[in-house]
Design a protein around this ligand. Structure first.
Ligand code: ZN
Length: 302
């Protein structure tokens, strides 16, 4: 049986934007973050502290962190890949939670982080310890948990072994990411259920890309299987520079429409999300892939 509420984690400022060729101003990123907060987001992946040569869109990470609204009720997450990134994020004094990444296959781990899959688990555990040592928390995401652009199928046993090793380090949650949008609902239901049983009481978060149109079905199945947090991106923006063919994240407004209409609370304001999706389309100068923002309002306000 599914839960009555889930948490949305807004990832547009980082995962949404990082693959965009056109550099978006720090001011526009901060406006997006402010709009997400106004729409109800209480956890936001605001930037990543990575090599600016590898990801030019995130070169202003320190400036974004410095400009974040002072909000006790909002958790700001900075993605980091290694100790140096973690040091940078913690030094800002504005990042509440580090986001670490462990990659399920060797070839993707080497392309993404220049280390093996096991090496990425060790690096993630070290980042979690670093956050804790600085009085902060950390979450971790298992990337390519449902399939790899280079190696193809990813066995559930591999993901379970990684989840067990990562859970020992004490992250606030473990995320399962369908980085390249190949997951199907049956696979999602199984893997979320198994990881959830394995790492309880640590909650499970999920991260889906809608590359093959299975994003929302996967969200539904993940919620049914007990995932507590859903990553989503306003407008359905998103991709990964190291994952060929990866397209947008599931759109925040589409996820909220589906869940709220089905009686599952998200704490989000759908009208404000749709408005922000339209605004973001003007910033990006194109129609964004999210669907609810392009459809008539339903039901009509009485
Ligand atoms: Zn992603």
């Amino acid at each position: 049986m599914y839960t009555k509420t889930v948490e949305l984690l807004e990832v547009a400022p980082r995962d949404g934007l990082q693959n965009e060729k056109t550099l978006i101003s720090t001011e526009a990123k901060l406006a997006l973050i402010a709009r997400a907060i106004a729409a109800g987001a209480r956890r936001i992946e605001v930037t990543s502290f990575v090599n600016p040569r590898a990801v030019p869109q995130m070169a202003d990470a320190d400036a974004v962190a410095a400009g974040l609204p002072q909000r006790e009720d909002v958790t700001y997450i900075g993605l980091v890949m290694n100790q140096r990134g973690a040091e940078r994020a913690l030094a800002t004094g504005r990042i509440d939670q580090l986001g670490a990444v462990a990659v399920a296959t060797d070839r993707f781990a080497i392309a993404n982080q220049n280390q093996t899959s096991d090496g990425s688990v060790e690096a993630a555990r070290a980042i979690i310890a670093q956050a804790q040592g600085a009085g902060r928390t950390a979450q971790v995401t298992i990337a390519a948990a449902f399939g790899c652009p280079f190696e193809g199928e990813v066995g559930q046993e591999r993901v379970l072994a990684m989840a067990a090793a990562l859970a020992e380090a004490g992250p606030v949650e473990i995320g399962l990411a369908d980085t390249i949008g190949v997951a199907n609902p049956a696979h999602v239901g199984q893997l979320v259920g198994r990881v959830r049983n394995l790492i309880a009481p640590i909650p499970v978060r999920v991260h889906f890309h809608n590359t093959r149109g299975t994003g929302l079905a996967n969200v539904w199945e993940a919620v049914t299987a007990g995932a507590r947090t859903i990553d989503a991106s306003i407008g359905g923006l998103g991709g990964c520079p190291f994952a060929p063919g990866a397209s947008g994240n599931v759109a925040s407004e589409d996820v909220v429409y589906m869940l709220e209409r089905a009686g599952i609370g998200t704490g989000m304001d759908l009208a404000a999300l749709v408005d922000t999706s339209h605004w973001l389309g003007t910033i990006m100068d194109r129609t964004l892939p999210g669907m609810v923002a392009r459809a008539p309002v339903f039901p009509k306000a009485s």
